[in-house]
Design a protein around this ligand. Sequence first.
Ligand code: ADP
Ligand code: MG
Length: 234
Amino acid sequence: MSVAFGGFTALSDVTLTITPGTVHGLIGPNGAGKTTMVNVLTGFQAPTSGRVTLSGQDVGTLPAHALRRQGVARTFQAGRLFGGLDVLDNLAVTGVGLGHSRHASEVEALRLLEWMGVSHLAEQPAAGLPYTDERRVGIARALMFAPQFLLLDEPAAGMSEEEAADLAGLIRRVATDLGTGVLLIEHNVALVLSVTSHVYVLDAGRLIEEGDRGVITASQRVRDAYFGADQEAA
Ligand SMILES: Nc1ncnc2c1ncn2[C@@H]1O[C@H](COP(=O)(O)OP(=O)(O)O)[C@@H](O)[C@H]1O
Ligand SMILES: [Mg+2]
């Protein structure tokens, strides 16, 4: 796919595949096009050219809510919870939006919160949540009714090392226990390399590398993308 905003090319001929039951990483410096990629894959942004396929079907023109119903879920860099509702209702509203009954949605929400180990949050107002809990609830909401794919946009931002390690464990379980295909966008490259089997690297809208941990850590192109400016300055 390619995406242009006016004369500016945010993504240039990028090809990326996410398979069920696997965690994939997407890394790259600020402005590389990572969020734009997630926006395209989840129907929030139409590609300027190229295709998005889901199980072989072209879904590049489907809006976000239709893709979510087909099992493509995401989180946002900023929480975007309904501040006036408690956590349980935040999740239940998503279930109802997906076409499930209020009751079935509440049952699913409680089950999910328990699976994530955060049942104690159910009756907390979303507005007052500590940052890390807000992130967890965002993920729980995306996991309502077990999506086939989950795209996480910098879920560990602002977390401590320990909280990020907990999150890494959760992300692994999403793939192994739920069979969900995950695309993990993270600033924290160590976290990405610890949970993913395949990593894509974007720089200035281009895919400059992809491969397993060994390929990424050995790549001069990746090093240049992250540290190029420093090396020139040095
Ligand atoms: N709606 C938009 N209109 C114009 N430029 C945009 C828009 N969205 C993103 N961009 C630009 O596209 C580039 C990639 O942005 P983004 O995908 O958010 O990068 P990342 O998530 O990797 O930091 C940036 O230069 C950004 O300013
Ligand atoms: Mg981003």
